[in-house]
Design a protein around this ligand. Structure first.
Ligand SMILES: [Fe+2]
Length: 224
């Protein structure tokens, strides 16, 4: 059972500490409607201080690829903890989060978040652009809207830590000018499976839109 305390149950000094604490906090339930657990998990994410020695083995990236999504822990099926590596100037499409809770923590470099309202009549409305701050935790949910994350630097890569609960492999991506949505895959590559298969560290692509699965425009939604 998830606990209702608001203090970290273990000191979170390393990425492994964080994984252990996240598993303890979310137990068999993951994140749902219980906002106390959501706050507790956000606090755990916040309490971890980025140290590159902790995460460099997960920060797989191939020159010339799109940004990469690398699985750190699958949370026994209740969440996914990912490390994303962003090449210079790379950004995600505008996307939703399939109804899941999303938390993001900048570990290195720079990232900007562009927040959009759900489409109503055509083009998406950009509500704000804000930089993510190193070691702070940003929260996102479909109830807030849609967003795009991007690395504004043309000289430095960025690395970020993302938690999604419940985990998902499909979401919607949106065309900024028309608001049209397509179903897209957003899977992550698992480091251990790559090592076991003796392959080179292949890049795990970012969102891959399936052009055969055009969707109607998303529902109007009130921002929170
Ligand atoms: Fe996102």
């Amino acid at each position: 059972m998830p606990t209702c305390t608001t203090e970290p149950m273990l000191p979170v000094k390393t990425m492994q500490d964080l994984v252990s604490s996240l598993n303890e906090a979310m137990g068999n339930s993951g994140l749902g409607e219980d906002l106390r657990t959501v706050r507790q998990v956000k606090q755990l994410m916040h309490s971890y201080v980025s140290q590159s020695d902790d995460w460099v083995q997960h920060a797989i990236y191939h020159e010339g690829s799109r940004y990469t999504r690398n699985l750190v822990d699958d949370g026994n099926g209740k969440y996914n903890l990912l490390i994303l590596v962003w090449g210079e100037g790379q950004s995600s499409p505008i996307h939703d989060h399939a109804g899941s809770h999303c938390m993001m923590k900048l570990l290195a470099g720079e990232l900007d978040e562009q927040l959009y309202a759900w489409p109503r009549d055509g083009a998406l409305e950009l509500r704000r652009t804000a930089p993510l701050r190193t070691n702070s935790v940003a929260y996102m949910h479909d109830k807030i809207g849609l967003h795009r994350i991007g690395n504004p630097s043309l000289t430095t890569r960025a690395v970020s830590l993302h938690l999604y609960s419940p985990p998902y492999n499909m979401c919607k991506t949106f065309d900024e000018s028309t608001g049209a949505a397509v179903q897209s895959t957003c899977t992550a590559q698992k480091l251990t499976s790559l090592m076991a298969s003796s392959q080179n560290y292949a890049c795990s692509p970012g969102f891959t839109a399936d052009p055969t699965m055009a969707l109607p425009q998303g529902p109007a939604i009130t921002s929170t």
